[in-house]
Design a protein around this ligand. Structure first.
Ligand code: FMN
Length: 394
């Protein structure tokens, strides 16, 4: 029901995002969108390019006087660096006589497989689009999803849980973890662990190496009933896994305690159901949330919790052995400006992807052409949940 697509290359004019399916009259907070894009650029371990570019949104359609029109929304984020790449990235010109094609693929990137697949001779054609620059468009789309969800009291947040094997481990609520992470350069909630993570990143940088880690994305203010057990593609866990796995360098997605649960007994894993008549609108509660808020592909009203594993950045200053695709000679992969650790930045893209999936499920459930209609349908559902929760005699 909602849809987005991005177009644009890393050193081209910019990244354009076209978004459709949101209701009319949704307030659009440009400062919020800008802030999300700034979060995607920040983070200890991010590379020099992030410091050089400040992403700014330009609305090309679908928004008027700070509200959506219900029509497709188009947003352009220009690549500031494109002025230096005008000739190399010219859509209509010809390669200049002194142009050198990129012929050494970087291991861990799409360089080699993409070049073979599209029958290119210049690996630049792959680098430009396979680069994580594209994720700026996902954050634009995710910002719209977050703005939509906030109208219904659903909040998407997250935190970095580990970097290079160092794990944040202080006990605190999900809300506190998310709040703390917003004030941390590493987007984490444990300041002692953050210090160690910073040192580990510095050491990796000194060695010309890189680091990965895990981040956790969370949806708060959930209601039961989003997603569907009836169709494989509508299962909420499946949709989250697909979108989160689509983030460059994410190599694992875990819903709730997914992998840990394989080592435990069933009685230690499943979340028993209790009744608390004071809990509104849905009185069926859990004292644990190992399922991560989803059972049978449907939200159960508890927070949705998804953990993502990010591999270390593949572009290494110290280089990795590769082979020139023309001469077939052994050569070190070239270094292009690069992050040392992108986990805090990956988290922001992860939040965008989670927001997108939840917004999609909400749109599917409540329909509506205007925001007012969505909210009325949502309110009806709250009334139904309250009624469902009331004690009745059999
Ligand atoms: C926000 C973000 C920033 C990234 N920054 C870099 C980077 O600076 N250098 C790099 O080599 N890879 C970076 N990556 C990872 C690569 O884009 C990714 O590993 C590569 O495209 C290959 O895809 P795969 O790891 O999913 O197989 C970044 C990923 C994300 C999500």
């Amino acid at each position: 029901m909602i849809y987005y697509e991005t177009a644009g290359e890393s050193h081209g004019i910019g990244i354009t995002t076209v978004i459709s399916g949101f209701p009319s009259q949704l307030p659009v907070d440009v400062n919020f969108i800008q802030n999300e894009l700034a979060r995607r650029q920040k983070g200890y371990g991010s590379g020099p390019r992030m410091k050089m570019e400040k992403d700014t949104v330009e609305f090309l359609g679908g928004v008027r006087w700070q509200k959506t029109l219900g029509s497709p929304i188009a947003v352009l984020v220009r690549n500031r660096d494109s002025v230096n790449w005008k000739i190399q990235m010219d859509p209509l010109g010809d390669p200049p006589p002194d142009y050198h094609e990129v012929t050494v693929p970087r291991p861990g990137h799409a360089d080699l497989s993409g070049t073979v697949k599209y029958q290119f001779t210049d690996i630049r054609n792959v680098i430009e689009r396979a680069s994580a620059r594209e994720t700026v468009g996902r954050c634009v789309a995710g910002s719209f999803a977050k703005m939509f969800l906030s109208q219904l009291g659903i909040v998407i947040g997250g935190y970095v849980e580990s970097i290079g094997g160092i794990t944040a481990s202080i006990e605190m609520s999900l809300e506190e973890k998310i709040k703390e992470a917003l004030n941390s350069e590493l987007a984490t909630f444990d300041q002692e662990a953050a210090k160690k993570m910073t040192e580990a990143i510095d050491q990796a940088r000194e060695k010309g190496d890189s680091l990965g880690g895990t981040f956790v994305v969370v949806a708060l203010g959930m209601l039961p009933g989003f997603g569907d057990y009836n169709l494989a593609t509508k299962r909420l866990d499946a949709q989250l896994a697909e979108r989160l796995m689509s983030i460059p360098s994410v190599k694992g997605v875990e819903i709730g305690d997914g992998f840990l649960s394989t080592r435990l007994l069933g009685s230690e894993v499943h979340d028993a159901i209790y009744y608390d008549e004071d809990r509104k609108p849905f009185a069926f509660i859990r004292s644990t949330n190992r399922a991560g808020g989803i059972e049978g592909g449907v939200s159960n009203g508890e927070p949705i919790i998804v953990r993502c594993a990010m591999k270390p950045i593949p572009t290494l200053q110290k280089g990795l052995s590769s082979v020139d695709i023309v001469e077939k000679s052994k050569i070190m992969a070239r270094y292009e400006r690069s992050d040392v650790c992108a986990v805090p930045r990956g988290l922001v893209v992860g939040e965008a992807m989670m927001a997108w999936v939840i917004a999609s499920a909400v749109r599917e459930k409540f329909g509506g052409d205007s925001l007012k209609e969505v909210i009325e349908n949502y309110q009806n559902y709250l009334n139904y949940l309250e009624d469902f929760s009331k004690k009745k005699t059999k």
